[in-house]
Design a protein around this ligand. Structure first.
Ligand code: BES
Ligand code: MN
Ligand code: ZN
Length: 494
């Protein structure tokens, strides 16, 4: 639940009010225009105070001058932006860093930055970063000890307010989408049942998304025995939520995003060790991303036809739970031998991928899933694993990842990995041991993808327990909303 923060945009004007943020390079000088606004006396003070405080204007450093007598501000916050020349400024991270320095009721950020061109998009990214930095999940704390920095009112002082306002609207839609995804991932599993998750998806109606919810009866009719097999040990019923945003031409094929939504993954009969099992409340991060993304795209009225589909189940042991040795028939007709009931995500996705390609004939499909622990071994928490049958889609995803900081790294699909999941008793088995664990999981998914460009993002490492950044101090990152929004924006809008 993010604190509220109102963001305004105005043209560069006089220095007044609350906290005032300016940027300097390694010479501790702001741009000439900013120098003129704050005055020579202030520029001298920054140089002198900077020297005393060993502030060298380096990126991610700040100097705070409290109540300088001749300026109508409470605090003048000087932010360094002297970067390594090879790395361009990450505007969202910069916005997050700035927000971390704020503590008053109102703040103005003067987006006139030495050595950098602050485009309207860059300005909007600063706002997005500030908003995400202010996020905290304290819904279940009865004593609020709100130490979250930030401000209630943020003003961006810019050269071209009209263009920035427009970009800001889109960025706010994306920020809301990230917040929705984070909230869902942070939410405890007793609260977030498949049914409750589906009703959160249903709430997207208010931004113009069409939503359909299929219950178990409807899924049984469709033959989704793989998805239902995962769910059968739980007393809480499975759901499949389908979200549609039609912002494109009616003749345009949709693009599709599919999410793994295991609201809790105990492992089932192949039960997981107890230590850290609470983290498996986050095993629905793929689905959470899809909901957040649909919110973002609809709220900013993206000119594209988009389908989101999320398979919502709970993986529990129980008298009726699926067993190792069971064989299930998927919606596609292919059969899967269950070797390990903890390899459940691929079973859910097998049916949802098939359903989406069959019903919607999408231009491409991208699935997101906290699928394997092995991807954490390979890539840690910095990159999501990307598996794809399509060069162009892979390149576009990689570029969008670079641009947003939600990075992906291509991993192999290969006939040899596919062979590893052949089963003695069925068409395939759901687990084949430790070797190439992420690739064999992807190989199973690929058996449910026909002739359509497809990418699978294994987000087990990046979605939860995330490293602290300037835009995320919490557990859930909301990973994927930004990179996929960017992918759509850059390539799939009319
Ligand atoms: N949800 C887990 C993967 C996971 C691990 C997500 C750590 C986030 C953090 C998945 O369902 C799982 O249990 N995978 C098994 C597969 C194995 C049984 C073939 C794994 O990775 O160990
Ligand atoms: Mn599992
Ligand atoms: Zn899982």
């Amino acid at each position: 639940m993010a604190e509220s923060m109102k963001i305004d945009v105005q043209a560069h004007g006089p220095v007044e009010g609350g906290e005032f943020v300016v940027f300097v390079g390694e010479n501790l000088k702001p741009t000439p225009a900013v120098a003129k606004r704050i005055g020579a006396k202030t520029v001298d003070l920054i140089a002198k105070a900077g020297d005393l405080e060993k502030f060298k204007g380096k990126a991610r450093s700040a100097l705070v001058l409290t109540a300088p007598a001749w300026l109508a501000v409470d605090r003048l916050i000087v932010i360094g932006v002297a970067e390594d020349k090879k790395t361009p400024i990450d505007w969202a991270q910069l916005g997050g860093f700035v927000a971390g320095k704020l503590s008053g009721k109102a703040a103005t950020i003067v987006l006139d930055v030495p050595g950098a061109d602050v485009t309207p998009e860059a300005a909007a990214e600063v706002a997005l970063g500030a908003r995400l930095r202010k996020y905290s999940f304290d819904h279940y704390k009865t004593k609020k000890d709100d130490k979250t920095p930030g401000t209630a009112r943020l003003t961006l002082s810019v050269a071209d307010p009209t263009a920035v306002k427009k970009a800001l609207k889109a960025a706010e839609a994306v920020a809301e989408g990230v917040v929705i995804a984070r909230d869902l991932v942070n939410e405890p599993p007793n609260v977030l049942s498949p049914e409750e998750f589906a009703s959160r998806a249903d709430a997207l109606r208010k931004v113009g998304v069409e939503v359909e919810i299929l219950d178990e009866k409807a899924m049984r009719k469709l033959g989704m025995r793989a998805l239902l097999g995962v769910s059968q040990g739980s007393v809480r019923e499975a759901r499949l939520a389908i979200m549609r945003w039609n912002g494109g031409k009616s003749t345009d094929k949709p693009i599709a995003f599919i999410g793994k939504g295991v609201v809790f993954d105990s492992g089932g009969i192949s039960i997981k060790p107890g230590a850290g099992m609470e983290d498996m409340k986050g095993d629905m991060a793929g689905a959470a991303c899809v909901v957040g993304l649909m919110h973002a795209l609809a709220s900013r009225k993206a000119k594209a036809n988009v389908v989101g589909a999320i398979g919502l189940v709970e993986n529990m042991p129980g008298g009726n739970a699926q067993r190792p040795g069971d064989i299930v028939t998927t919606m596609s007709g292919q059969t899967i031998e269950i070797i390990n009931t903890d390899a459940e995500g691929r079973l859910v996705l097998a049916d949802v991928l098939w359903y989406v390609q069959d019903r919607f004939k999408p231009k491409f499909m991208i699935d997101l899933a906290t699928l394997t622990g092995a991807i954490l071994v390979a890539l840690g928490q910095e990159f999501a694993g990307l598996f794809s049958n399509d060069e162009e889609l892979s390149q576009r995803l990689t570029a969008a990842g670079q641009a947003t900081g939600e990075r992906v790294w291509r991993m192999p699909l290969a006939a040899e990995f596919d062979k590893m999941i052949d089963s003695k008793f069925a068409d395939m088995k759901n687990s084949s041991g430790r070797h190439a664990g992420s690739s064999t999981a992807a190989a199973l998914l690929q058996r449910f993808v026909n002739n359509v460009p497809w990418a699978h993002l294994d987000i087990a490492g990046v979605a939860m327990g995330s490293p602290q950044t300037e835009t995320n101090k919490g557990w859930a990152s909301g990973w994927g909303v930004r990179v996929l929004d960017r992918l759509v924006k850059d390539h799939y809008e009319a």
